[in-house]
Design a protein around this ligand. Structure first.
Ligand SMILES: Cc1ncc(COP(=O)(O)O)c(C=O)c1O
Length: 428
């Protein structure tokens, strides 16, 4: 960087806008699963701008759709009929499995979750929300109020009464030693007990796999078991699919499907990957919930034609090329490969996840304590080797996050795994 972009960044942007790497990176362009920095270095991108570049960088089909839409109209607002928005809403409503579904588009995951909270609290006339420990749902005042992750909770003030439920982290906490069935039963008992002590909540909001929390999850079936308890009491289930939606988890199109033998959630929120980098977020809910508001509501930039054109082209590509199947196959290979490496690196406490959403948690091999410095060191080493990955985790940020675009090839998975192997082994 020749013009001290880092210094300029630090002087003009907030201190809490954290940058990765001792020597932060300016990414100037990308293609497929690769990106280049301003010094001309090439990297395999296994983080996709925090899971937003879901399909590929500079995908010609999306670039073309965006270019053509930009030449017609970029934005007209929801005061006027918007064909690409209606089309994308129709497709998402159908894919959601939610009966009589309505879709509202926003510009971010935060705004999508804020809308879900507005709907649920209004519908149920309750401002009590159940959320998961170690959760992350966004940065707004309302979203921070349901975030069970200290590292992302800058205030305890909140418009909501939030109660945090057990179960989002399988291998930590008081039930970690139980088998899956007993773990779920203990979490359900705890939930029932909690509900006996509180005013009726509006909803439970949960990420099927916790993203910022380090790609952790409860056992399959956990949310179906919760759902039974919630449904008896009329409490809504909101699945935050901001990271897990659109096939990333390989086995399922939506993350909730690992849990949902008793039907879809009442509300689903999405963002990140559907725009392949364009800012699309949204909420899906059955009409009686979506329509419970008795005043106008608008997101001026939500559903703007240019982002909807990108979303439509992206969704078409991902379905026509079965990127969910690719995430299952290539992600399966990658996780196996990483597990084999991990078995030889004492610093690795756990390799977890599914599809192309893989977490590698690091801990000090002698004390078992979380090892955030080791995670930072691996991040740096991987970068030196030509691979970009992410970090996450509860209060300690000791998990590495591997989430490449869903079009990842086997050769690229092998190449990335080899770089990661060298980076992990450098810890010894
Ligand atoms: C699960 C989840 N929900 C919501 C959000 C917030 O989305 P955004 O940053 O687009 O506001 C994030 C962002 O990381 C997320 O991971």
């Amino acid at each position: 960087m020749t013009d001290d972009l880092l210094g300029r960044h630090r002087r003009v942007l907030p201190d809490w806008l954290a940058l990765y790497y001792e020597d932060p990176l300016e990414i100037t362009h990308g293609e497929g699963r690769h990106v280049w920095d301003s010094d001309g270095n090439q990297y395999l991108d296994f983080f996709g701008g925090i899971l937003t570049t879901m399909t590929a960088h500079a995908l010609p089909e999306i670039t073309k759709a965006v270019g053509e839409q930009a030449g017609r109209i970029v934005h007209s607002s929801t005061l006027y009929l918007n064909r690409p928005m209606v089309e994308l809403a129709e497709r998402i409503a159908k894919l959601s499995g939610i009966p009589d579904a309505r879709v509202f588009f926003t510009t971010s995951g935060t705004e999508a979750n804020d809308t879900a909270l507005l709907l649920a609290t209004t519908y149920r006339r309750s401002n009590t929300i159940l959320a998961m420990r170690n959760s992350y749902h966004g940065r707004s005042f309302s979203a921070v109020g349901i975030t069970g992750n200290r590292g992302w909770s800058p205030t305890s003030l909140s418009p909501l009464q939030t109660l945090y439920v057990h179960g989002g982290v399988r291998t930590r906490g008081p039930y970690a030693d139980l088998d899956d069935r007993a773990f779920i039963a203990a979490c359900v008992d705890d939930l029932k007990d909690l509900l006996g002590h509180t005013r009726p909540p509006a909803a439970l909001i949960a990420e099927p796999i916790q993203g910022v929390g380090g790609f952790t999850s409860g056992p399959d079936g956990l949310y179906a078991a919760f759902r039974e308890v919630l449904a008896e009491r009329g409490i809504l289930w909101i699945a935050d699919e901001v990271q897990t939606g659109w096939g990333r988890t390989g086995d399922h199109f939506w993350g909730w499907q690992a849990h949902g033998h008793n039907g879809p959630p009442d509300i689903v929120t999405f963002a990140k990957g559907i725009g392949n980098g364009m800012s699309i977020g949204g909420v899906i809910a059955r009409s009686e919930i979506m329509n419970c508001l008795d005043a106008n509501s608008i997101s001026t930039f939500g559903g703007t034609q240019i982002t909807m054109a990108a979303g439509l082209a992206n969704l078409t590509y991902l379905l026509e090329h079965d990127l969910q199947g690719n995430a299952r196959r290539v992600g399966g290979l990658l996780i196996e490969r990483l597990r084999a490496v991990a078995a030889q690196v004492p610093y690795v406490r756990e390799v977890r996840g599914r599809g192309l959403m893989i977490g590698i948690e690091l801990a000090d091999p002698t004390t078992g304590a979380a090892a955030p410095e080791a995670a930072s060191a691996v991040l740096e080493e991987a970068r030196s080797g030509g691979l970009l990955i992410g970090k996450g985790g509860g209060h300690d940020t000791s998990a590495l996050r591997v989430a490449p675009p869903l079009s990842l090839t086997v050769a690229e998975a092998e190449e990335g795994a080899a770089i990661l192997e060298r980076a992990l082994r450098s810890l010894q």
